[in-house]
Design a protein. Structure first.
Length: 274
């Protein structure tokens, strides 16, 4: 299986590759720039090449880079939206240093404009930034539906994808905490949820999993992650999720409240379940 967690990008790619190995991981996620700000670290070609060597030797799965939380492609304020476009364009250029990986982002928050308007704006931004020559697949993350988040159900993600011309460059990242908080019963009816995903979006779009337990009950729309097996999703359901035929070969990224040692333990625990 491919499993990893969020790593700090502050020391560069090679350092992330080595840290992943230390934690028992064979993929990882990282913020392409400061998650709450906008500044990006300069890419050093030699550092990237060292990382690519490590990734090949260790047979890493696809990386799942994460856009900053502050990016809002459907912001009402034009300057915030413009900032999102610039960040996306720059991030997608940077992603090509490590070709063929995933770039995940939160579709956005419509802040009172309504989901329909938000969906239109997000698609419009994707139509501006996606390029036929890019090797990166951009993932829309399934959201918990907190506040005015767009992507609170599979239908909203499908509506975005339908409006994007180069939608061969689009996929979906399935966040187990968000989907559960959004009202999908991955505990008692995982097959049913994945069938619905297939019917509405198509399982071929499901590229990566954010593996998180939830502090809250189904449909809470809260988005508070919990350690694997210690939340409302629980260990038995997590075991079914990582072994499900539709999911098992994809990269699983932990976004659980853990320090490094905690991630190493969690990764070892999940690997022991197989
Ligand atoms: Fe996320
Ligand atoms: Fe997530
Ligand atoms: Zn979350």
């Amino acid at each position: 299986m491919y499993i990893g967690c969020h790593l700090s990008a502050s020391k560069g790619y090679k350092a992330m590759g080595n840290q992943a190995i230390e934690l028992g991981a064979n993929t990882f996620a990282f913020f392409t720039r400061n998650p709450r700000g906008g500044s990006a670290k300069e890419i050093v070609e030699k550092d990237v090449l060292s990382f690519l060597d490590i990734a090949e030797k260790e047979q890493f799965g696809k990386l799942v880079a994460h856009a900053p939380y502050t990016m809002n492609a459907c912001a009402e304020k034009e300057n915030i939206r413009q900032f999102a476009i610039e960040m996306l364009e720059d991030d997608l250029k940077r992603m090509e240093y490590t070709p063929g990986n995933y770039y995940n982002f939160h579709p956005g928050s419509h802040v009172g404009q309504g989901a329909e308007k938000g969906i239109e704006m997000i698609a419009e931004v994707l139509n501006m930034v996606l390029k036929p020559e890019q090797s990166t697949i951009v993932l829309l993350e399934t959201m918990a539906g907190k506040g005015s988040e767009v992507g609170r159900n599979f239908e909203e993600l499908r509506e975005i994808i339908d409006r994007v011309e180069l939608n061969s460059k689009l996929g979906v990242c399935f966040d187990t905490c968000h989907v559960w908080d959004g009202g999908y019963d991955v505990v008692n009816n995982l097959d049913g949820v994945l069938d619905e995903f297939d019917r509405v979006i198509g399982l071929h779009r499901l590229k990566a999993i954010h593996l998180n337990d939830s502090m809250n009950d189904i449909g809470s729309h809260k988005d508070r992650h919990q350690k694997i097996g210690e939340g409302h999703i629980g260990e038995a359901a997590m075991k079914r999720i990582i072994a499900h035929p539709a999911l098992k070969d994809k990269p699983f990224i932990l976004e659980t409240p853990n320090d490094e040692a905690g991630y190493a333990r969690e990764i070892a625990m999940i690997k022991s379940w197989l």
